[in-house]
Design a protein around this ligand. Sequence first.
Ligand code: SF4
Ligand code: ZN
Ligand code: ZN
Length: 313
Amino acid sequence: MKCRVCREPAVIDIRRHNANFCVPHFEKYCRDQVVKTIDEFEMARPDERLLVAVSGGKDSLAVWDILHDLGYAADGLYIGLGIGDYSDVSGQHARAFARQRGLHLIEIDLRESYDYDIPTASKVTKRVPCSACGLSKRHLFDSAALEHGYDVLVTGHNLDDEAAVLYGNVLRWQTDYLGRQRPTLPGRHGFPRKVKPLVRLSERETAAYCVLRGIDYLVDECPMAAGNKHLRYKEALNATEAASPGSKHAFYFNFLRNAAERFVDDNNDASTLGSCQRCGSPAESELCAFCRLVERTAGAEPVPVELVRKSSR
Ligand code: SF4
Ligand SMILES: [Zn+2]
Ligand SMILES: [Zn+2]
């Protein structure tokens, strides 16, 4: 197996491109894919300030590393979700990465700042953990970016993530969700633009990138993800991809090319909403969904991870 560029021994094969790469050319391939994605979807200008949502996993650390390498002013934001050991270890990886590179990491701890954690919020509100978590993260990413004056919020969603979300949305024809499933969402209500620069790279590629770059990431999955329907969608897409390399890429990018625009009007535009009386975010009632979650959950008896994990399957 030889590198497609230099003919030296290759370390990775990428079947959908029918290509093999050595270490330096694989790293260049990853960076080039990110540059192409940023340009094509007008994600960021060189003079803008970027905030990267960092979980300590491979994708968020890979995208932060690549953006830093490309010369962007990119800081990190880590949210302590209070998911037992998983959160403790993920925070250590995020901090170590930032420290080694001299990068700035903003930290928010749900328990310290809002007196709740994800397992407890899930139990108290009877939401599945990922729903309580997604709501919390979206709100805190937005408000931190606003508070600290960032232009762009970056997340590490990769091709597998986006194809799995698309698959789920298409299975149920959730056209409002399809209407906002683009790798760049423009800023609204004073909140920053949201971008996903890794959508051309697969999960396997971001993992390989981290290993080859010596990035020490948290390998374990979140314990709350067990039974998550996106994992099942990923498995279904992986089976299709194995039989027909390139299917995942075609599924997602042909959607963006041929169909995404058709659903934009189906997405409920929050511009008709009022403002939350507590935090000022767009809200359907007096309080936004996040402030309602905090109100219901803060101060509740903490619930162990294991209890929620078992009951949410
Ligand atoms: S798997 Fe669910 S609970 Fe865990 S970090 Fe992701 S969204 Fe949050
Ligand atoms: Zn090479
Ligand atoms: Zn609010």
